[in-house]
Design a protein around this ligand. Structure first.
Ligand SMILES: C[S@@+](CC[C@H](N)C(=O)[O-])C[C@H]1O[C@@H](n2cnc3c(N)ncnc32)[C@H](O)[C@@H]1O
Length: 250
């Protein structure tokens, strides 16, 4: 833990008993401290995405951005817990190389205990492979990274810092690149329910859905094909009630 408490980060206990971090650089926590780090990853990202995708033989996932790695690790946890047979390929960009190399000292929740060897491999080499999982961390800018992929991803976890502190990962143009990197039937999950963010997705032909799980704040699921599993957000109605609302732009 000592190594992790550096000049840019502080360890913080979140509501579900798992630790997250506070970034002094972005003045923001890595997870909602109220919802809890583990709960947030599982209920806002992994559960809604796998509700749609769990029966696929091979699943390509873009995890924006790796941070402490909760979304990637919660995905592995879900896969093991539900004895899924799908092969998972997870690709995750992250700007902060120092953060990645310090994660072997992070106090992860007990749910991730069995992945200790994976955490160590990822923080030492940025890559892990076995029969079920292929995981790659890319050290660099997510904006450049996502442009390398076309028609690749089944799932995107959109989990950047908030639009106010990290706007470049929430713009209309960014989501156009994300759309191009996704398969037509891919699904995107995000904690943001802000109209400006939903507009940026909507203007890129995504349908917007509300993800409402018990005991956690609502979040958004986006897909270019129609989904039956979630309640559709009526964007035309929202736009007519907020005619001045605009998506963020580059
Ligand atoms: C909210 S945290 C991600 C939380 C992460 N999903 C987790 O479970 O811990 C946002 C992360 O984005 C990284 N970041 C910010 N701008 C970036 C960019 N342009 N490209 C790649 N990573 C970026 C930050 O360093 C930070 O680690």
């Amino acid at each position: 833990m000592d190594k992790f408490n550096d000049e840019l980060h502080e360890i913080v206990l979140s509501e579900d008993g798992s630790f997250t971090a506070y970034s002094k650089e972005y003045d923001e926590h890595y997870h909602s401290t109220k919802d809890g780090a583990t709960k947030e990853s599982l209920l806002k990202h992994v559960h809604p995405a796998f509700k749609i995708k769990e029966n696929q033989k091979e699943i390509n996932i873009l995890d924006i951005c790796y941070g402490l790695g909760f979304n990637t690790l919660a995905t592995l946890y879900y896969h093991k817990k539900h004895s899924l047979t799908s092969k998972l390929n997870i690709y995750s960009p992250e700007l902060d190389a120092t953060l990645i190399s310090s994660l072997k000292d992070f106090s992860y929740p007990k749910e991730f205990d069995e992945f200790k060897h994976i955490i160590i491999e990822l923080c030492e080499h940025g890559i892990y492979r076995d029969a079920d999982f292929h995981i790659e961390i890319f050290i660099g800018d997510a904006r450049e990274y996502v442009r390398e992929f076309k028609n690749k991803f089944d799932i995107v976890y959109q989990d950047a810092f908030s639009p106010s502190s990290n706007p470049m990962l929430w713009t209309l143009q960014y989501f156009e690149d994300i759309k191009n990197a996704m398969k037509k039937d891919g699904v995107l999950t995000t904690y943001s329910i802000a109209l400006a963010i939903r507009l940026a997705l909507y203007k890129n032909d995504f349908n917007l859905y509300l993800n409402n799980e018990d005991g956690i704040r609502a979040s958004t699921v986006a897909s270019r094909i129609k989904l039956e599993e979630f309640a559709l957000v009526d964007m035309q109605h929202k736009i007519s009630c907020n005619p001045d609302a605009k998506p963020l732009m580059d």
